[in-house]
Design a protein around this ligand. Structure first.
Ligand code: ATP
Length: 252
């Protein structure tokens, strides 16, 4: 395993609020790394640096060993970092295929010169992709507007797989979902990792975190205070670190 993403000493303040006070993490290819922490610990702020929303006051992010100095989420996607937010940014009035190919549509030329979007390829590749991730989305669904929350997650995840994302950020992906759909999102997260993607998974539900993650990072007051293999810990230990009820966290 090798680190696909490395965060070193990230600092970020919003006025007087120090949201990040030296956050570090290493994400390996093919692993699901969960980030847990109490409300306000800095999880979203950290993720938004990796997805190109914020620029750090200090510290560095490396993608495959190269500096990742992003000025927009679009640039993050171009570098291979896909973010799947809870309130998914899909275009509701477009088809599943159009969403997967949005902004990167395959083109053909009529009579050798008139360019047009190759809908046949989009339909074929989309059907194949949904089969590959064993999604239960009806391929005939005309637009994504009527898809359930879990199915929308699946579309976003299919997009990440198709475009060979190196890193996928899942920010509380199951927060708004029914129980059955949560299982499916967990399955998709594991599937991404099995495709060699580095997956960062933010969540509050520790049972779910212990189920989905290979490793877990605990944040406390803007710092990463504990890193562990999921198999070597339990809810009680995680909560101790999350609440600062340990010597190392108290020192922070
Ligand atoms: N845009 C902002 N402006 C001002 N303060 C902010 C901003 N974003 C975050 N903060 C503050 O930074 C700190 C870290 O917030 P952040 O949202 O990163 O935490 P979190 O761990 O994601 O919490 P939650 O689990 O509640 O989403 C908090 O004190 C928060 O109020």
């Amino acid at each position: 395993m090798s680190a696909i993403l490395e965060v070193v000493g990230l600092h970020k303040s919003f006025g007087p609020v120090e949201a990040l006070r030296g956050a570090d993490l290493q994400l390996q290819t093919g692993e699901v790394l969960a980030i847990v922490g109490d409300n306000g610990a800095g999880k979203s702020t950290l993720i938004k640096h990796i997805s190109g929303v914020y620029k750090p006051d200090a510290g560095q992010i490396l993608l495959a060993g190269e500096p990742l100095d992003l000025s927009s989420p679009r640039e993050a996607r171009e570098r291979g970092v896909e973010t799947v937010y809870q309130d998914l940014a899909l275009a509701d009035d477009l088809s599943i295929g159009a969403n997967i190919f949005l902004g990167r549509e395959p083109m053909r030329r009529l009579f050798g010169f008139l360019p047009y979007v190759d809908d046949r390829t989009i339909r074929r590749e989309t059907a194949e992709l949904l089969r590959r991730i064993r999604s239960e989305i009806p391929t005939a669904a005309r637009t994504v507007a009527r898809l359930s929350g879990g199915q929308r997650q699946a579309v976003a995840i299919a997009r990440a797989i198709y475009w060979q994302a190196k890193v996928v950020l899942l920010d509380e992906p199951t927060a708004a979902l029914a129980v059955m759909e949560r299982e499916r999102v967990i399955h998709h997260a594991r599937d991404l990792a099995a495709h060699g993607v580095g997956v960062i998974y933010i969540g509050h539900n520790l049972t779910e975190i212990l189920q989905v993650a290979d490793r877990i990072v605990v944040m406390f007051r803007g710092r990463t205070v504990h890193v562990t293999a999921a198999g070597d810990t339990n809810q009680e230990t995680l909560i101790k670190y999350m609440t600062g009820y340990t010597d190392s966290a108290k020192a922070a």
